[in-house]
Design a protein around this ligand. Structure first.
Ligand SMILES: Cc1cc2nc3c(=O)[nH]c(=O)nc-3n(C[C@H](O)[C@H](O)[C@H](O)COP(=O)(O)OP(=O)(O)OC[C@H]3O[C@@H](n4cnc5c(N)ncnc54)[C@H](O)[C@@H]3O)c2cc1C
Length: 311
């Protein structure tokens, strides 16, 4: 690709990036949208029912709606990973996975987050062989099987909801003493009609010591944090649903991040570097939700616009 100077380069393909691209183009900014996988986490959501005005929509359908809406305004789309970013006085240079570079006066980082790992023996070796991070993607592979869901937050409970119509037995383990998922999700699980056929075993206050298996997952070894008692549980699949890590690595030496690695932004989504804005799950803005990411993306693009006219 030939290097051309954009007004704004938006890195990401999730709701924050789509919303930023829409707002940037409506201000007639020369806009590039660079993403390695269009759709972001929304693609992995089986059903979204809390995006205002679009009730009860499958994740990939919502991504299609985002794309169609944004494409009315024709940003340049580049399907590549951004590997690195250099900043000179008035310009950012993005180094792309295919070796090309892309130059822009401002930048909106909307790179979202990726799944957090447990970091226990067996996890790496058995990843894709029974260890998964996405019930929406891999749940259907476990029809009538015994599975474990690790975690007690919203992701874990959404995972259990996905698995209730599929699995034979669900073992839910978390290190915390009790679940912290939204009450509406906990109720959805506890009052599910599927519990007449599916066994749900819960081990809160338990640590995962190891994922067991020789070539394929065969179980879990867990430890009661209070008594120290260890236990082995037989399962064929382990879904790790313990939260997310922000994808802030490409700018970690450039901008301020908090202890969790989230990019610190002000109320205009400006980072600590002039002209560099950030939005969505990669930032320290609380609540990782589609509607929040979309709103923050819009604010970041308007922040970039305002920055450009004041330069
Ligand atoms: C299973 C699941 C269910 C969920 N359910 C709901 C729900 O019901 N309701 C709700 O509101 N929220 C839900 N969420 C959360 C919601 O999906 C996220 O908060 C939202 O997608 C965050 O948007 P984002 O644009 O910040 O980042 P993401 O959606 O994470 O998108 C990040 C994008 O950046 C791209 N990217 C990352 N690094 C690079 C790079 N170096 N170069 C190029 N591109 C890069 C990725 O490919 C991706 O396209 C759910 C999430 C999951 C995982």
């Amino acid at each position: 690709m030939k290097s051309k100077l954009y007004d704004v380069a938006i890195i990401g393909g999730g709701p924050a990036a789509h919303s930023a691209a829409l707002y940037a183009r409506r201000k007639e900014l020369k806009t590039a949208m660079i993403s390695k996988e269009e759709g972001g986490q929304v693609l992995y959501s089986s059903e979204i029912d809390n995006y205002l005005g679009i009730p009860d929509v499958e994740g990939f359908e919502l991504v299609k709606k985002f794309r169609n809406h944004v494409d009315k305004y024709k940003p340049d789309r580049v399907e590549e990973e951004v590997k690195g970013i250099d900043k000179s006085e008035n310009e950012f240079t993005l180094k792309l996975g295919n070796g090309d570079t892309l130059n822009s006066k401002t930048l909106v980082l909307a790179t979202g987050a990726k799944w957090r790992k447990l970091g226990v023996p067996g996890e790496e070796e058995l990843s894709g062989k029974g260890v998964s991070y996405c019930t929406t993607c891999d749940g259907p592979l476990y029809a009538d099987s015994d599975v474990a869901v690790i975690g007690g937050g919203n992701s874990a409970f959404e995972g259990i909801i996905d698995l209730l119509p599929i699995a034979n037995r669900i073992v839910n383990v978390d290190i915390a003493p009790e679940p912290i998922a939204d009450p509406v999700l906990q109720r959805h699980v506890n009052e599910s009609d599927h519990l007449e056929e599916v066994e749900l075993e819960q081990y809160y206050g338990h640590e995962i010591l190891e994922i067991l298996g020789d070539g394929m997952v065969s179980g879990l070894r867990i430890k009661d944090k209070e008594t120290g008692e260890e236990k082995e549980i037989e399962v064929e699949g382990v879904f790790v649903e313990i939260g997310l890590i922000p994808n802030s690595g490409i700018v970690e030496d450039m901008v301020e991040t908090n202890d969790a690695g989230e990019i610190v932004v002000d109320c205009n989504n400006q980072t600590t570097v002039g002209g560099l804005f950030a939005a969505g799950d990669v930032t320290d803005v609380p609540e990782n939700q589609v509607i929040v990411a979309a709103g923050e993306g819009a604010k970041a693009a308007l922040g970039a616009y305002s920055y450009l006219i004041h330069q």
